[in-house]
Each structure stands twice: as C-alpha cells, then as structure tokens.
Ligand binder design. Structure first.
Ligand code: ATP
Length: 209
C-alpha cells in the first residue's frame, strides 16, 4: 500500500515530514510519494521554480527509507488535478495496489468542491490527518460520504485498492511554509523547523528574500 502526499512544498518542512512518517508507520505503508504540484488549483501559485521545490523535497527525504519525491505533476503542463495524478499513478502501479491519499482535515472540509471528488474516492482511500480526538465533519454531504466509507482499521485499507476513509491522528507541529518564507524575508533563521540540507538550498539559491 502506497501513500500520496501532495503539496506546494515551498519549502518542505518538518510538519510534512513528521506526519508522513507517522502515517507510514500507522498504516504500514510500503512508501509515501511526496508530489510537488506544478499549478495550484485551490491556492496561490508558488513563486519558487518547480525544479527547486523538487530538489528540496528530494534532499529532505534522502536517507529516509520509504519516503520518495515523485515529479509526475511537474512533468505535466496542466493544472494539478488530484484525479489526474491518481490516474497517472494507476497507469504506473496497476488497478490493484491500495493507494492512500493523505490530506489534512482543513483540506478535507472542501473535498466535495475538488474536481471529480467521487472518482478520487474510488481511485484511492482517503486518509484524513487530524489532531487527536478531532474527527468531526460539519458538512452534511461530506458526513454522508464519510458514513458510507468510514473505517477505523488500517488493515481494512490493505484489502481494497481504494474506497475507504480513515481518520488518522498525528502529532501536529505548528509549522507552515508561509511562516518559514516570512522568517527568511525578515532575516530570521528558520533553522530547526526544516532539515538543514533544505535550508542550505534556500540560502544558496537566495529564496524568499
Ligand atoms: P503554505 O504555508 O505555503 O500554505 P504548507 O506549509 O501548508 O504551505 P503545503 O505544501 O501547502 O505546505 O502542504 C502540503 C500538505 O501538507 C497539505 O496537505 C497540508 O495540510 C500538509 N501540511 C502542511 N503543514 C503541515 C503541518 N505542520 N503538519 C501536518 N501537515 C501539514
């Protein structure tokens, strides 16, 4: 079973890395693909060139078995729709491999406004990363989707390629890429919020100044 964590990764930080590792262990995933997006659909476009965001992700995961950078969205010159990314992963991995699409509970709140959300839920399981004890869903339509697909047992996810929804509590580190960019712009060091090797790239390329 393979996990997928998409994001701008501008830059990647310990909030991403720690949660990826915790979910990998909790769900017994063989690997997690960290997939930097090229064109954002739901947010402002990243200013940092895709090549450098990918380099930072590669550097951050090197030495951690099972965490991998995946550049498929950067090779595509169109909007980064999750459904297309999953279809492309299905082309590579076949229809049977269980896939888990990881997302924070904030992203999940808007899930039904994504492009082809029901196709997404067929192509992969949804793993919603939450604070301990926080798994409530306010939107009634989303509640219905959750009720029909919810499982609390990671072993169940291993028995089907997709279709399940699982809430996974993870350690929440209050780190955001926005804050790291602001610190650098301000002349403050973001050291210890992200890997030193990523900080070296930021400094070498004079990013976020
Ligand atoms: P920005 O501040 O630029 O919006 P970000 O730090 O939220 O960026 P993204 O690359 O947009 O980072 O995030 C990719 C994914 O990682 C999203 O699903 C997001 O919910 C999750 N994520 C981001 N920061 C954290 C964190 N501190 N802990 C857990 N998950 C996180």
């Amino acid at each position: 079973m393979i996990g997928i964590l998409g994001g701008t990764f501008d830059p990647i930080h310990f909030g991403h890395l720690r949660t990826a590792l915790e979910v990998k262990h909790a769900l017994r995933l063989n690997e997690i693909r960290l997939i930097p997006l090229r064109h954002a659909v739901h947010r402002d476009q990243p200013e940092t060139p895709a090549r450098l965001r990918l380099q930072m992700v590669n550097t951050a995961v090197s030495g951690t078995p099972g965490l991998k950078a995946d550049d498929r969205e950067l090779r595509r010159d169109s909007a980064s729709y999750t459904v297309d990314t999953l279809l492309s992963l299905r082309d590579e991995l076949g229809g049977e491999e269980p896939l888990c699409l990881l997302m924070g509970s904030d992203a999940f709140k808007d899930f039904l406004s994504w492009h082809r959300p029901l196709d997404i839920t067929e192509l992969a399981h949804l793993v919603i990363m939450t604070r301990p004890g926080q798994s409530t869903v306010a939107n009634p339509a989303l509640q219905q989707l959750v009720a029909s697909r919810l499982t609390a047992d990671p072993a169940e996810l291993h028995t089907a390629p997709g279709g399940g929804i699982l809430f996974q509590s993870v350690t929440q580190l209050d780190i955001s890429a926005t804050r790291i960019r602001a610190m650098v712009a301000n002349g403050d060091s973001p050291r210890f919020l992200l890997p030193d090797a990523v900080l070296e790239i930021i400094e070498g390329e004079k990013l976020y100044l």
